[in-house]
Design a protein around this ligand. Structure first.
Ligand code: NDP
Length: 335
């Protein structure tokens, strides 16, 4: 079995030496378990948190253990009712070719409905994150203005398209002209601003009326530019602050970046709320999947994947994810 292990905890930006690639025997399923061969591995920003020892909502990966992750693939052997060799499934575990998982955590997926890799992106955890966060916190209404950071990425692309389906004016923020062009021309956002340019001036031009919903994926300088532009009763959906994940870890935060002055929260009656998709997302997965498949079939939801070939390239691809090198949902096609 080809596996990528966590060798040591990164200081700042992860480097290839923080990982170790090994060959081990293929595991065998016990009663109630299924052996899955990964077709695709999802690479996600939260994995940076699992590499660190800092207190968080989930336990860190142990040193020497296989890196945490979700895969989509095929059942090779099963000792659980309901799963048979050849079934396509989502919910395999880890940066590895083969994984043994409990049947309870596996979802059987129909490869006729959508490409296998989509189950890790638009139809998977990132899509569910977008859907749940908008339903519970963002609550976009027709005519409102929504701003989405990391707009071309796995979560951002779904957030903005749902915003359009809800009748909002949607402004994306992304890194560079190529991503911005994709966000407006393919995803159908009303505008996309390049955070490498003067974001204040671009925000003034794109949403002079102010902002009702801000979907936060990035934090730092992007947040500082957006925050003063909230309208009364605005909502800030705190999904992630990726610009801070490689900053030296604090005891209870994603680093030491100074935040905005929170005073205007009172005067403008703003709501700022964080959430973690696993809190209450997965019980709602069937409802989400049904709606998303409907939008996809009608052509009202498009998506972009960045597919990296080969498990051995996962560490480099993950390091790039934290610097904006990915374009779309990052997945590894497992060789
Ligand atoms: P993306 O596919 O959006 O990839 C990450 C993107 O972040 C990069 O492509 C880059 O886009 C942007 N980025 C990286 N570093 C910086 C930086 N220093 N400054 C500005 N932008 C940067 O990732 P996901 O969609 O998977 O995740 C987006 C966010 O959602 C993350 O913060 C993640 O932690 C969070 N998340 C939270 C969940 C929850 O349950 N709360 C669940 C899933 C994700 P660009 O080039 O456009 O800047």
């Amino acid at each position: 079995n080809l596996q990528v292990l966590l060798r040591r905890r990164p200081k700042g930006e992860p480097v290839p030496e923080d990982f170790e690639i090994v060959e081990t025997p293929v595991p065998e399923p016990k009663e109630g378990e299924v052996l899955v061969r990964a077709g695709y591995l999802s690479l996600d920003p939260y994995m940076r948190g699992r590499m660190a020892e800092a207190k968080s909502y989930a336990k860190p990966v142990e040193l020497g253990a296989v890196m945490e992750g979700r895969t989509a693939g095929e059942v090779v052997a099963s000792r659980a009712p309901g799963f048979a060799p050849g079934d396509t499934v989502a919910g395999g575990y880890g940066w590895q070719r083969f994984s043994v998982v409990k049947a309870a955590g596996l979802i059987k997926v129909d490869s006729q409905e959508a490409p296998l890799s989509a189950n890790l992106g638009v139809l998977g955890m990132p899509g569910l994150t977008a859907w749940v966060g908008l339903e519970d916190i963002g609550t976009p209404k027709p005519g409102e203005t929504m701003v989405v950071s990391a707009a071309s990425g796995a979560v951002g692309q779904v957030v903005g398209q749902i915003g359009k389906l809800r009748g909002c004016k949607v402004i994306g923020i992304a890194g560079g002209p190529e991503k911005c062009r994709y966000v407006t021309e393919e995803l159908g956002f009303d505008a996309c601003l390049d955070h490498r340019g003067d974001l204040d001036a671009q925000l003034d031009a794109a949403c002079p009326e102010g902002i009702d919903v801000y979907w936060e994926n990035v934090g730092g300088a992007v947040q500082a530019a957006v925050f003063p532009r909230f309208r009364d009763f605005g909502r800030m959906v705190m999904c992630g602050v990726i610009s801070q994940y490689n900053v030296a870890e604090g005891a209870d935060s994603f680093g030491g970046a100074p935040g905005p002055n929170l005073g205007p929260v009172v005067r403008k009656r703003l709501r700022i709320q964080g959430f973690i998709v696993s809190d209450n997302g997965w019980p709602r997965y069937p409802a989400f999947r049904k709606q998303m498949l409907g939008w996809m079939a009608e052509g009202r939801m498009v998506w972009k994947e960045d597919v990296v070939q080969g498990l051995r390239n996962a560490p480099q691809a993950f390091i790039g994810l934290l610097k904006g090198r990915n374009f779309g949902k990052l997945v590894v096609q497992v060789d």
